[in-house]
Design a protein around this ligand. Structure first.
Ligand SMILES: [Fe+2]
Ligand SMILES: [Fe+2]
Length: 176
């Protein structure tokens, strides 16, 4: 067994990450727990834990993407695009990990722990503000009667800028 090179994740759950939207907060806590399992895993269990993390993130990103599309966002809005890029990078890590490059996976896990709070605080919090402003119910995926999505799809992040900060933080999770 190999001792993990990165023995601690920079993201332990912190209630400061709560956004007061239960389905989203529950998912974020689950992702942090899955990430912690990756960080703690020895080499025998690293890749199964990494795959479980990717599956959890895919489920969560799909849900946020659906909420955005339910409330007027374009399919290729910058928040959804960032989800797609991150999953693509993590899957590249999965392929390299299966080729024995566990150090790449461990490096990605570390960087993901840095990226995640930035994403929650920048993009997800803006999404929550947007969903609240239109009265969206994320469980039933409904908006109040009379709500009209704008005729023009939203390409940004729904209330905040999505330029340099989002791009820079996404760029931190890069294959070694
Ligand atoms: Fe999220
Ligand atoms: Fe997100």
């Amino acid at each position: 067994m190999t001792t993990p090179q990165f023995s601690t994740t920079p993201v332990a759950w912190d209630d400061a990450l709560l956004l007061d939207l239960k389905p989203m907060d529950d998912d974020h806590q689950e992702i942090v727990a899955l990430l912690a399992e990756v960080v703690r895993a020895d080499d025998d269990y690293l890749m199964p834990r990494w795959s479980a993390l990717i599956a959890g993130m895919q489920r969560h990103f799909d849900e946020e993407d659906r909420w955005m599309q339910d409330t007027g966002f374009a399919a290729d809005n910058c928040h959804s695009s960032q989800h797609k890029i991150i999953l693509q990078i993590l899957r590249e890590g999965e392929a390299r990990g299966h080729n024995g490059q566990h150090d790449v996976v461990r490096q990605m896990a570390y960087e993901l722990g840095v990226w995640l709070p930035h994403h929650v605080e920048a993009m997800d919090s803006s999404l929550v503000i947007h969903l609240r402003s239109v009265g969206f119910d994320p469980v039933t995926r409904t908006v109040p009667n009379g709500y009209q999505a704008t005729t023009e799809s939203i390409h940004g992040c729904g209330g905040s800028t999505c330029g340099d900060t989002a791009t820079a933080t996404a760029g931190e999770v890069t294959p070694a």
